[in-house]
Every structure is written in structure tokens, then in C-alpha cells.
Design a protein around this ligand. Structure first.
Ligand code: COA
Length: 334
């Protein structure tokens, strides 16, 4: 059976830096509140003239492919995790395929929010293990800023989220004990409405679906019960990391680097303490990018690679939690 190894990492973030001071100008918030509660100092917002989910994904993908020593034409399948596709349908996976100049390979969109990248990695891993594909592009990309309300009503959520894209190239290998060791996927739909965008949903009458009242309200914006998310996240992150370690006969001391979904620096720090990890065992870049949902793990991986923090044979642990609720982990031997 084949194993999936990550042979290239890439990322792209929009040029526009939005600091906490910039947010102070448009809503009743403060740099101190945001930093204390979330650890975020700044984030990137897309430029509507130039950035789309598909073209940011393509930039991240080209970087990952170059690192892997491959051309776009070598890709056999695309999986794109996003909850903010360019169109209501089709998904942005096919737009990424078009951006890369690829003609007819399959492209799949995954809508599992903050866990979307690990879900995508898991799907890609199964295709590689069965021998169906040998080279798969796995991407996470989001434009969240257009979903946020930049005012007092939206402040509990709009200060947290940012835009960007990250990508990895997954390739088949025969080398035993290397690559993705296991992935673990979970969900609990009882909490779907704790972090969601309600409208424009399809289960409404056509005349109600995008009526002016809906447009004025907040149901077309992201809603988050921050306290509920926090409480579940700290339990599930820990649980799913331990599940991955146990499944492979590993212990938390074996973790070379933990790259958690960048939900909130307080959550990452709490996790670090729960697992008794050192500072240099947990990677965080939320300070600079905010929470970029499905893009956060691949952006973090690509930056960790650039910073020389990923070493051969290192045990890499990925973990995520978010809307759904969904949560997931992956254990990878580099
Ligand atoms: N700036 C200033 N004040 C704000 C604010 C903002 N951006 N957003 C909310 N507040 C206010 C609230 O209105 C409330 O005021 P009140 O006490 O007068 O009612 C106060 O701050 C505390 O609000 P609360 O929601 O209880 O804050 P909190 O300490 O729980 O922090 C979060 C809010 C969102 C930072 C926190 O719940 C959290 O981190 N949750 C997890 C979120 C997360 O990780 N989401 C991503 C999941 S993938």
C-alpha cells in the first residue's frame, strides 16, 4: 500500500494589512481587548479588484508545486477546503483547476470550515493509499472579510477572522513509516448553530431567500457563540490529538511540532499547557493573520517550512476544531 507524503508547502496572503488600530476606527473595540482575548495583532483583507479564493489558491498551489519540483500538469486531483467560495455554486475547486490551466482532472470542494483542511488531507490520503491518484493538491482558502460586519454589532467575530490561502502537495511513496500515519475526523451537528451563517439558505421560499429584510439583518453574516466555541474547542482539540497519538502508539513527548488550527491564541496556549509542550513545540501565526478558517493550517505549515522548523523524521501533529462542530487531527512523520 502507498503512503502519502507532503512534498511541497505554499501559501499566499493578500497585501492589505488590517491592524487592531484600523478596527478601532470603525467599531467600538481596542487593541488591548483583541490581543488579550485572541492574541491577534493584525490580519489580511482581500482586495476585491484582484483577489479571489481561486486565484489566491492558485498562488499558494504554485508555490507548493515549485517546492515539490512539479508542474501544475503533474497534479491528478484537487481538493479545496473553503466555506467562502467565489460563487454560491460551483465550488472554487473547479475555478482553481481553471486558474492552473488544467483541463479535466477532478476537483472537489470540502465545506468543513476550520476542520476543512484536515478533512481534505484525509480524503486525499485515502485516494493515495488505494492507488487511485499519486499526486493531489490539497488547498485551504478563505475570503472571510466580505462576510464580516465591520461595526459594533459584528465586533465579537469580525476582529477574529482574516483572509488567505495555503496549499500542500501530497504524493504517493513506498517508504514505510513516513508521511501521513493516520487521520481522525469527528463532528457533532447538535451545535451547528453555535457558529454559522444562516442565510441565504436554500430551505426558504424563493421570495424570502434574499429579501430586503434579510439583507438588513445579521443573518447573512457569521454568527458565533464565542463562549460555547471556546469551551468545546479546548476539550475536542485535546481529545483528538490524544486519539491520534494513541492510534500510533505515540505519546505527547514524541510530538516534534503541533500545528493547531489558528482559532485563537488562548486556545493554543491552553492546549500547550494541557499537553505539557514547550513553546517551540507549538506553531502559532494567528498574531499576524487572525483566524483564516480552512487556510490556517496550510498557511502555518508553509511558514513553518520557510522558517526551517520542519525536519526530516519529525512527528508533526495537526489538529482543528470549528463550525459544525467539527474537529479532526492528523499525525504525520516527515
Ligand atoms: N471589542 C471589545 N469588546 C468586545 C468585543 C470586541 N471586539 N467583542 C465582544 N466584546 C464585549 C462583549 O460585548 C462583552 O461585553 P459586556 O461584558 O459588556 O456584555 C465583553 O466583551 C465580553 O464578551 P464575551 O463574549 O463574554 O467575551 P469573551 O471573553 O468570551 O471573549 C471571544 C470573546 C470571542 C474572544 C471568546 O469567546 C473566544 O475566544 N471564543 C472562541 C472563539 C474562537 O476560537 N472562534 C474560532 C473557532 S474556529
Amino acid at each position: 500500500m502507498y503512503h502519502s507524503i507532503i512534498s511541497g508547502f505554499g501559501h499566499y496572503v493578500p497585501e492589505q494589512v488590517v491592524t487592531n488600530a484600523d478596527l478601532e476606527k470603525v467599531m467600538n473595540t481596542s487593541d488591548a481587548w483583541i490581543q488579550e482575548r485572541t492574541g491577534i495583532r493584525e490580519r489580511r483583507f482581500f482586495n476585491p479588484e484582484t483577489d479571489t479564493v481561486a486565484n489566491m489558491s492558485a498562488k499558494a498551489s504554485r508555490m507548493a508545486l515549485e517546492q515539490a519540483g512539479l508542474q501544475p500538469q503533474d497534479v491528478e486531483f484537487i481538493i479545496l477546503a473553503t466555506i467562502t467560495p467565489d460563487y454560491f455554486f460551483p465550488g472554487s475547486g473547479v475555478l482553481l483547476q481553471r486558474e492552473l490551466g488544467l483541463e479535466s482532472i477532478g476537483a472537489l470542494d470540502v465545506r468543513n470550515a476550520c476542520s476543512g483542511f484536515i478533512y481534505s488531507l484525509s480524503i486525499a490520503d485515502q485516494f493515495i493509499k488505494t492507488g487511485m491518484y499519486k499526486t493531489i493538491l490539497v488547498v485551504g482558502a478563505e475570503i472571510q472579510s466580505s462576510l464580516m460586519e465591520m461595526n459594533d454589532r459584528g465586533r465579537n467575530i469580525s476582529v477574529i477572522f482574516g483572509d488567505g490561502a495555503g496549499a500542500v502537495v501530497l504524493q504517493a511513496s513506498n517508504e514505510k513509516g513516513k508521511g501521513i500515519l493516520s487521520t481522525h475526523l469527528h463532528s457533532d451537528g447538535r451545535f451547528a448553530e453555535e457558529l454559522y451563517v444562516k442565510d441565504p439558505g436554500s430551505s426558504r421560499r424563493p421570495e424570502e431567500r434574499v429579501d430586503p429584510e434579510i439583507m438588513k439583518g445579521s443573518s447573512i453574516r457569521a454568527f458565533m457563540n464565542g463562549n460555547a466555541v471556546f469551551k468545546h474547542a479546548v476539550v475536542r482539540f485535546h481529545e483528538v490529538i490524544m486519539e491520534a497519538l494513541d492510534a500510533n502508539g505515540c505519546s505527547k513527548e514524541d510530538i516534534g511540532l503541533l500545528v493547531p488550527h489558528q482559532a485563537n491564541l488562548r486556545i493554543s496556549n491552553y492546549l500547550k499547557e494541557q499537553l505539557s509542550l514547550r513553546d517551540n513545540q507549538v506553531y502559532n501565526n494567528i498574531m499576524r493573520y487572525g483566524n483564516t478558517t480552512a487556510a490556517s493550517i496550510p498557511i502555518a505549515l508553509s511558514e513553518a517550512k520557510q522558517e526551517g522548523l520542519l525536519h526530516p523524521d519529525m512527528l508533526l501533529c495537526l489538529a482543528a476544531f470549528g463550525s459544525g462542530f467539527t474537529w479532526a487531527s492528523a499525525l504525520i512523520r516527515l
